[in-house]
Write a protein of this length. Sequence first.
Length: 310
Amino acid sequence: MEQADAGYGQVVYGSTVTVGQEKPGKGFVQGADQPLGGGPETGDLLGYAGVAGRSQTGYPFLVIGVPGEDGAGGVDMGFIHYVYGTDCKAASVSQDTTGVWEDAEPYDRFGASIAATGRHFVVGAPGESLGDAVSAGAVLAFRPSINTNGIPDPLFGMGQSRTSASDLAAEEGDRYGTSVAMVPYRPSGDPAVTNSMLAVGVPGEESAADRADTGGVALFSMLGEPGADDSWIEPGHGIPGPSAPRQLAGMSLGGSQALLYVGMPYGPAEGHAVHGFPWDTANGGAPSETFRPGDGGIPAGDVTFGATVR
């Protein structure tokens, strides 16, 4: 019996000739006779988010999000599958797994967003409740290497204040971690890449009492003390255009080694664009590149330009 919206993951291998033609692709589903644990259920949404990479030790890996997974923690608590090596071994992880931050709870939707470098990967849980703040959101970080518990090594978890203790910045409906983007980073003076830079979307952030869901984006280094390299951009403060309700800035993020791309598909029409920010942008810093409907050969028709950025 088919399960609606159970989900499916498909790896399509690259080629020097035609993509997917030199090596057969590989599909991933949940099941007793499958590499991924658990079983397919209605609304699991396996593959809603996913990322592939290669660890510092040379192992290929794939992280597959299952934000609609139900379990002991409740409905839509969420799950990830970490697939590693050329033989596609797999480890399944929830927030109830040993060493993982916080607990699995209903509607956490752990696995709704994922980003990675060779040194780190992060998983968004935008429905995470922190204290009394429902759906404040959270991000959990891992190292792409298997630890003694047989899972990718958990590093830390955080809400908007970047602390594992009481999160005073958490507000109901912020949905911190709805989107994430990450790139490898070489700190000034270091001879090689030793760090990662992370951007986290917070589309439910309220910029003022009359501007609900304006949204914003937090940027920071994965290493060092919280606050040392943190910055924040939002409409009217770095992101061009006025601040307005329901802009949902941070709903759509993408990245290259050079720039973080922030999609602005909602709010006042004149603000619809995709903006490229240097990864070391300071608080309220301006973009170095902007794409708008009608400019530079981009079609002028605009409905939700920037809703997806990759």
